[in-house]
Design a protein around this ligand. Sequence first.
Ligand code: GLC
Length: 610
Amino acid sequence: MTALVPSDRSYDPSDRWFQDAVFYEVLVRGFYDANDDGTGDLAGLRAKLDYLQWLGIDCLWLLPFCPSPMRDGGYDVSDFFNVHPDYGTLGELVGLLEDAHRRGIRVIADLVINHTSDQHPWFAESRSSRTNPKADWYVWNDDDQRWPEARVVFTDVERSNWTWDDVRQQYYWHRFYSHQPDLNYDNPEVVEAMFEVVRFWLDLGFDGFRLDAVPYLYQRDGTSGEHLPETHAFIRRLRKQLDAEYSGRVLLAEANGWPADVADYFGDGDECHLCFHFPLMPRLFMAVRREHRFPITEILSQTPELPDGCQWAIFLRNHDELTLEQVTDEERDYLFAEYAKDPRMKRHMGIGRRLAPLLDGDRRLAELLYSLLLSLPGSPVLYYGDELLMGDNIYLGDRDSVRTPMQWSPDRNGGFSRADFAQLYLPPLMDPVYGFGAVNVEAQLRNPGSFLHWIRGMLVQRRSLPVLGIGNIELLDCPNPAVLAFVRWGEVADVSLAAPDGLGPPAVMPTVAAVPVEPADVARTVPAEHGAPGAARTRFQAVLCVHNLSRFAQPVQLDLAGWAGRRPVEVLGRVSFAPIGPEPYSLALGPHGYLWFDLVEPAWAESDPS
Ligand code: GLC
């Protein structure tokens, strides 16, 4: 049994909302263009909050939105205290935050903490001489030989982490593109400046940050320059400030590393609240291609127990390439061979494709992967457009392949913008399989059998099973290696399912007349400051999740002896199955099938068909 979350937690809905939240990663630039200039904006995102609320997400993660020359999707910030003029104003940002909060949706920002753009005034000043007041705000050196142990992240583009600067006549250090010089965290003024940035956005109302590229803040001789003790000390300071002045806000670490290294970013519960579980992601893709559970069970067994009050953030795809840094060379070759058959699909050390094309458009496989994402330990992070099974454009440069405009309707520009096509920040997809004519929100809203409705239904189910967020996991033995089965169990808060007036997701999208309302609709848990009456009582919950990783139907015999006496009630249909006895429990699964069962005490079962 692998316990990924602590068993003795006292669940506090106001502070630990992130432990069973569903996150939605959104590219402001690509979501919706409210002013018809070809670029998505904050007003556009605000206009689509109805949709996001209806979908049932709990927290938005905004990709970088500060002023930037946009040579790395905004991860090259040139002013930390403003909004990129293409996206709107600070006032519009505040409006978005208020509106989101009113709907019970929290919002975190991407904090690009490790580096700036070379266009940032701090860098302009720093490079201007060796004696100016910001001379030591970046990392300078006379030669490019220092810290040879530090790897180059974008190996396909950069040859070294040092770049010569003609102005200052020295080299500067950068872990990413050469136009992204690293800040010097050994300089207390830099630390203070970044704390000011943090306070600025928290004061505006953000609910926390994704800490971009956080392992690289410091450099030390003889080390790889990743995961250094100094970095952890910095995060602890940051966390202290949050706890003291901004309780309930969260830090999410983007630390791409092995589980044991990444778990250090939780500290003793005194660093980040959440960390992305990078190694799990490629192993999900590997397991379904190999039709074998081992890649998943192996990485779960290597995943350390979480400190109290922490959570993993798990994901299938995001705005970057499907990174293959955390796999062996052999596994990487295998994944490239399976998922990047055309060399143009490769990006940096990974694959620049979206979920649906990676799966050859196989809906059953997509459902299986989402079922895993929503039931394995961790808070799921969805990537905009993947709820539609949107496609990608591998002919676009770098990671723009997966950053094309959201597809709202079959209208001009996919309903994303009324600007001229040539003015759009990137072309929307127009191919017959994934183009906006075939894949769009409007069509999927109208069709109750669409993927969009399916995933929304799954989020509703997940909300009714809080143990999927915070429970322990027991991996079950079963002889069939194509089946992954586990029980999520633990004490959960017995919160009232009724949301206060006017909060909760709207039953129907206001723009679409005939969206059926599922009887199983469960209202969202609304953050405490918005008035949710979370009851303090807890109850025991156990959910059995069974996944068939194979393309073919599979039998399975599960060792459920530890749960004998309970009755599995299938979650989606509330159909009661035969009670569990001491002998192996037999089930059959269709191709790529998945089943979730509430394991209920006999008295709770609704009917007995056996
Ligand atoms: C992170 C971001 C990526 C960006 C890099 C440099 O890894 O996810 O998009 O290019 O940091 O800022």
